[in-house]
Design a protein around this ligand. Structure first.
Ligand code: MTE
Ligand code: HPA
Ligand code: MOS
Length: 774
């Protein structure tokens, strides 16, 4: 079997219930941890009384900020996020008190007995208001090239607009969870659901006031993360650790779904303003955009997310004059955080809507306007931040997808369908994705691995990446098996653990397999060079020759041999035993850092990305003109993953990412009331896609024949880019809406395009028609 065909290592375990999550692990004398959080968006705490609750039977500890032995902080990059509130709360969901109890019931009862009184303060709960109040959470950012102001004045046509894109709830199936187990002395073991075990370790060490070498963080797997556990998995870990430290007993915290939705951050909503200038043909000559994001109450990753939004503002299009301004604003909502795409979607959707408007203005096919503006192959290939795009696959993918999806014929058929149907309208759209791969914070592009070969011939691979369903461990297993030339059954990927591989970056930015794959290979290369020496000695004596060279040694088929003498094989297990007897170390660490990337934030210039991943989608939808409901009829996707490490897993990532994006652009609407209470905090009000939302005709293909030189097995990252293919659905809905009045008017449109938004939009263009008539 080819290792590229390996099945996801958890597939069977998931469906049989054998997969172990944090909440499945129990420890002797374990307590239930509970977080008491603020019901106020911004208020002074005038009274906090835990006396009655402390006396309750079954309550073991109740902690406030005064009981934190270390630093009262859990902000990941900037320390602006309290672990427990002191005398003021700045969002609903902010932790104030921690309870450890023998039972869940006791914890609930204790919570009811805790008295907290508040004096309400002014709030900012709306992005418009935040912009008006200029509540910047970080200095504004700028990326600029060419001459924007002059070109805007001289451009033949200029369209300006505003676009709001909504927040998005991660809806990982496993809510935020942690189990903290105190050890001897100051030791603390955390079973975490975290994309970033090294940072969880750092935050736990800080709140406890102990050194990192006292804290072990272990991540077996997450039941989904999607960016929501890049930093915010740290919070529950810190709370559980505080309780475990205070009680010296194991404490588990597993958030209820509603609590999780209320207290954790989401995808940043954006309000963006743009001007785009173009010529009669549809060539874009100037683009000026201001991206404004809602950071929430603390910084979290908002700066990096805004940066990625800015670095994706032009998507796949070459534009000679560009100005991208980025602002992140503070509001009284839970701190928003990483979410698949990491700002990329919010930046890209603005230019996608702008390009769509250009096409409507010129009465041309939007797909043709897109193609016209694609980055060039050997010229017109420099981004606004100065990175030169090499190996641009946009043009060939466009041609391939246009043909395979039958785009042109279907556009004609849809036009006919729409003339024949008054109450249902269809729309179609093609949209491209160009997504930069690498952490834009250059130093984060590093990874480590530890590979142990045991003297029974089995192998344990540990790497710094975490498994969240994306299949990283399966890909690492395939790489290790191929590199060692042994069957995957002999290899085990052990849980991610900070004591095995230290100082790792989050598994994020889609670069888990790029970085860790290389680190695993690096460790195995070291082991192979040691084993090669042993094999050489052995083969030379067996074959009675001195003429075998190290370069001729091959590791394959569970054995080791010289290419010149393929019939004399040493079984891998035997070679390992020999090495052990010869006192050769069978354990090695591996390391990798991405070469040649940098970004100067002040100048807004650099080469932040090692390469780009490309994708393209054509989607067709049907809109019910009377209800505003839309149905996705068909989607064709062509996606570039280089030489796939595992085609089945990559297809799963593309399908899943796309559908998650469809949720963001259609039904996933987050609403708060005027006081800042989240109204959509459960699955009955927050609508993620279900199996019914998957298009009946869903054709997903991997671009073949374009290996990505310079990465592990010439592959490309796949985790995030497909999410943005969902813009094809959003713009297909807009196309169907505008068909209601024969494409003569530009419908106002926002994101998500819920049935309500669609219906309003239809009403509006109908009024425009009446306005024209009167
Ligand atoms: N796929 C699954 N099943 N579950 C997840 O939580 N997270 C996504 C993506 N795919 C996620 C997923 C996000 S946000 C990222 S950054 C990547 O996986 C991270 O993993 P990778 O770098 O190994 O691709
Ligand atoms: N992506 C995801 N996470 C990150 C990044 C990024 O570019 N930079 C810092 N954390
Ligand atoms: Mo992904 S948003 O980079 O965790």
């Amino acid at each position: 079997m080819k290792t590229a065909d390996l099945k996801h290592d958890s597939a069977i375990k998931h469906v049989t219930g054998q997969s172990v999550y944090v909440n499945d692990i129990t420890a002797n004398r374990q307590l239930v941890g509970r977080v008491v959080y603020s019901p106020e968006a911004h208020a002074r705490i005038s009274l906090l009384d835990i006396k009655a609750a402390s006396k309750l039977n079954g309550v073991v500890a109740i902690l406030t900020h005064k009981d934190i032995p270390g630093i009262n902080q859990m902000g990941p990059v900037i320390h602006d996020e309290l672990c427990l509130a002191i005398d003021e709360v700045t969002f609903i969901g902010q932790a104030i008190v921690l309870i450890a109890a023998e039972t869940e019931e006791a914890a609930f009862k204790a919570e009811k007995l805790i008295r907290i009184e508040f004096e309400e303060l002014d709030t900012i709960l709306d992005l418009h208001e935040a912009i008006a109040e200029n509540s910047l959470i970080a200095p504004p950012r700028l990326i600029e090239c060419g001459n924007v102001d002059e070109t805007l004045l001289s451009a033949p046509h200029v369209i300006s607009g505003e676009l709001e894109s909504g927040a998005q709830e991660h809806w990982y199936l496993e809510t935020q969870s942690a189990l903290a187990i105190p050890g001897e002395g100051k030791e603390m073991l955390i079973h975490a659901s975290s994309q970033n075990p090294a940072e969880t370790q750092a935050i736990v060490a800080e709140v406890l006031g102990i050194a990192k070498n006292e804290v072990d963080v272990e991540v077996r797997r997450m039941g989904g993360a999607f960016g929501g556990k890049e930093t915010q998995g740290n919070h529950v870990a810190a709370w559980a650790a505080l309780l475990a430290n205070a009680t010296r007993r194991p404490v588990g915290i597993h958030l209820f779904r509603d609590d999780d939705q209320k207290i954790t951050g989401k995808r940043h909503r954006f309000l963006s303003k743009y001007q785009i200038g173009f010529n009669d043909e549809g060539k874009i000559i100037v683009y000026s955009v201001e991206l404004n994001s809602d950071a929430g109450a603390a910084t979290d990753l908002s700066r990096a997310i805004l940066e990625r939004a800015m670095l994706h503002a032009e998507n796949s299009y070459f534009i000679p004059n560009v100005r991208i301004v980025g602002n992140a604003f503070r509001t009284n909502l839970p701190s928003n955080t990483a979410f698949r795409g990491f700002g990329g979607p919010q930046g890209m959707v603005v230019i996608e809507t702008a390009v769509d408007k250009i096409a409507r203005f010129l009465k041309k096919d939007p797909a043709e306007i897109r193609k016209l503006n694609f980055y060039g192959i050997s010229q017109k290939n420099i981004t606004p931040y100065g990175e030169t795009i090499v190996n641009n696959h946009l043009h060939l993918m466009y041609d391939q997808l246009l043909a395979s999806s039958g785009y042109k014929e279907r556009r004609l058929q849809i036009a006919i369908f729409n003339t024949e149907h008054e109450f249902v309208k269809r729309g179609i759209s093609l949209t491209p994705v160009k997504f930069g791969i690498s952490f834009t914070t250059a130093f984060l592009n590093q990874a480590g691995a530890l590979v142990n070969i045991y003297n029974d011939g089995t192998v344990a691979v540990n790497h710094g990446g975490t498994e969240m369903g994306q299949g990283l461990h399966t890909k690492m297993l395939g790489i290790a098996a191929d590199e060692l030339g042994v069957s995957p059954e002999l290899i085990k990927i052990s849980p991610t653990n900070t004591s095995k591989v230290p100082n790792t970056s989050a598994t994020a930015a889609s670069s888990g397999s790029d970085l860790n794959g290389m680190a695993v290979k690096n460790a195995i290369d070291k082991l192979k060079s040691r084993l090669t020496e042993v094999a050489l000695d052995e083969l030379k004596s067996k074959l009675k020759t001195d003429s075998i060279l190290a370069v001729q040694i091959v590791f394959a088929d569970n054995s080791v041999f010289a290419v010149s003498h393929p019939d004399t094989k040493i079984p891998f297990g035997e070679l390992v035993k020999l090495a052990y007897l010869k006192q050769i170390s069978l354990s090695a660490t591996g390391f990798y850092k991405t070469p040649g990337i940098y970004f100067d934030r002040e100048l807004g210039r650099g080469n932040p990305f090692y390469y780009y991943a490309y994708g393209m989608a054509v989607s067709e939808v049907e809109v019910d003109v009377l209800t505003g409901e839309s149905k996705l009829l068909r989607t064709d996707i062509l996606h570039d993953v280089g030489d796939s490490l595992n085609p089945e897993i990559d297809l799963g990532q593309i399908e899943g990412g796309f559908i998650q994006g469809v949720g963001w652009v259609t039904t996933e609407e987050i609403k708060w009331d005027k006081k800042g209470h989240l109204l959509t905090h459960s699955p009955d009000t927050y609508k993620i896609p279900t199996v019914n939302d998957i298009p009946l005709h869903f054709n997903v293909e991997l671009l073949s024949g374009y290996p990505n030189e310079g990465t592990i097995r010439k592959s490309k990252a796949v985790g995030e880019p497909p999410l943005m293919l969902a813009f094809s659905v959003w713009l297909a809905i807009k196309d169907a809406v505008s068909a209601v009045e024969n494409h003569e008017f530009e419908p106002a449109f926002s994101l998500p395009a819920t049935a309500e938004v669609v219906l309003k939009s239809i009403e509006e263009i109908k009024k425009m028609r009446l306005g024209v008539r009167s």
